[in-house]
Design a protein. Structure first.
Length: 452
């Protein structure tokens, strides 16, 4: 057994002890360095965190400020939106008012751009031309063929090119040849003074034209009144002399045939006097002289007289009188003149011969008698039906004055009666006259025997 001494053991452990010390020194040194590095790093991290915190605080402050600004902007935006909505509502109401204002205008209004496309139109325009499928953006001249007219196109082009209003004072359209229209075209400018469209006003001036024509006719009637007054003096005086001479001849005549011929001439003279009187009454109406009249007998006598006229030689007369027709209160001469005018018109419509039917009847449930006068002549064109009672309107050219039916209408109205006409070209015409049986409230009725 080998024994090792304590000194030798210490010497033997001396290197280990040194190594331990070295390790401890290195560890302490590394730990010190590590602690130093940690301290340095900790300070840097703390500084960075502090800067980040500061930046975050600044960002939060800035965010709060931006949020406040955003709230202010949102508030202002909300106010602007409300203002915009208010302005939009006011604009809508204003546009609605303008549309209603345009719709309320009696003339037809239609707006066009410079290319002739429709931008707006009002209710009167649709009603005036009975348009149901018109749309904004349609071509004006193509969508409405009856307005595809060169004169209107030229007026539109001149309005666009010159920037000045144009007008067509009076114009008829193909689909309404009996009506008159006035076209007024006005340029529409934008804010820069550039023309951007045309507004067209269309007026139906038919009634105005009729009034002007009636005024012209009244002026004619005024002249006719003066002429009639002179004619009554210049014609009646010689007629009275002729009538007196013929009456003397009739008294001296020995043969019955000669007396009948003179009587026929005297009757014609009487008719001439009555015609002149009727012309005077038309130009300067006088109250009718009412008496009791047997209407059937008056028609019979009127037809009997006219049947001897050359124009009635080829006319077959058919009478359908009501045997129970009551006598009426009327002016004998005026009613006879009305019948004569209508009978002659019927005969003139049947120059090659035809049938003339005259019927009388009592109107059911009314205190009126009715006279129907029917011929199978040439008929009256539809466009003339509403004109035949106008003064001086005639289709007979040099053969008529155009006063016969005007006088007849005047006489019927004097009796508070009615007169109407139905006609078909190539088939014939029917005049219907309604006359009251009694003239109530009229003070100039002569009582006595029934006269024909």
């Amino acid at each position: 057994m080998i024994l090792v001494s304590e000194v030798d053991l210490k010497e033997a452990l001396l290197p280990v002890t040194k190594a331990n010390r070295m390790i401890v020194f290195v560890f302490l040194t590394f730990f010190a360095v590590l602690v130093g590095l940690s301290h340095v790093h900790s300070r840097r991290t703390t500084s960075l965190i502090r800067r980040l915190t500061e930046n975050l605080r600044r960002a939060l402050d800035d965010s709060r400020y931006k949020g406040f600004e955003l709230d202010q902007l949102n508030l202002e935006l909300s106010q602007k939106i409300k203002q915009t909505e208010t302005l939009a509502e006011e604009l809508r109401l204003s546009q609605q008012y303008v549309v209603q204002l345009i719709d309320s205008l009696s003339p037809g209004v239609i707006g066009l751009d410079i290319n002739g496309r429709i931008t707006h139109f009002n209710r009167s325009f649709r009603e005036m031309f009975q348009v149901t499928d018109l749309n904004v953006g349609d071509d004006f001249f193509q969508s409405l063929p009856w307005l595809n007219d060169r004169e209107l196109e030229l007026a539109f082009e001149n309005t666009v090119l010159e920037g000045k209003p144009q007008q067509i004072a009076k114009k008829t359209l193909s689909f309404r040849p009996d009506e008159y229209f006035r076209f007024s075209l006005f340029p529409i400018f934008d804010g820069k003074g550039q023309i951007q469209g045309v507004s067209c006003l269309i007026e139906n001036i038919t009634e105005r034209e009729k009034l002007q024509q009636q005024l012209a006719e009244y002026e004619k009637l005024s002249a006719l009144s003066q002429l009639a007054l002179g004619a009554a003096h210049e014609i009646n005086n010689p007629l009275q002399g002729i009538s007196s001479f013929l009456e003397t001849m009739q008294e001296q005549a020995k043969e019955e045939k000669e007396k009948e011929e003179i009587a026929l001439v005297l009757e014609n003279i009487s008719r001439i006097s009555e015609t002149i009187r009727g012309l005077l009454n038309f130009a300067r109406p006088s109250p009718p002289q009412f008496t009791k009249i047997n209407l059937n007998q008056l028609i019979e006598e009127t037809l009997s007289f006219l049947s001897h006229q050359p124009i009635f030689r080829k006319v077959r007369i058919e009478k359908a009188f009501s045997p129970s027709l009551p006598p009426i209160t009327a002016d004998l001469n005026q009613i006879r003149q009305v019948l004569t005018n209508i009978f002659i018109n019927a005969a003139q419509a049947m120059l090659n011969g035809g049938d003339l039917k005259v019927a009388t009847s009592k109107v059911k449930f009314r205190e009126f008698v009715q006279i129907d006068i029917t011929d199978n002549g040439c008929g009256i064109p539809p466009e003339n039906l509403n004109k035949i009672f106008d003064p001086f309107f005639t289709t007979k050219k040099s053969q008529g004055t155009g006063l016969g039916l005007s006088i007849s209408l005047s006489y019927i109205k004097n009796h508070h009666g009615e007169i109407s006409v139905q006609s078909e070209v190539g088939k014939g015409t029917t005049f219907t006259i309604l006359l009251p049986i009694r003239q109530t409230g009229r003070g100039n009725i002569q009582e006595g025997e029934i006269i024909s």
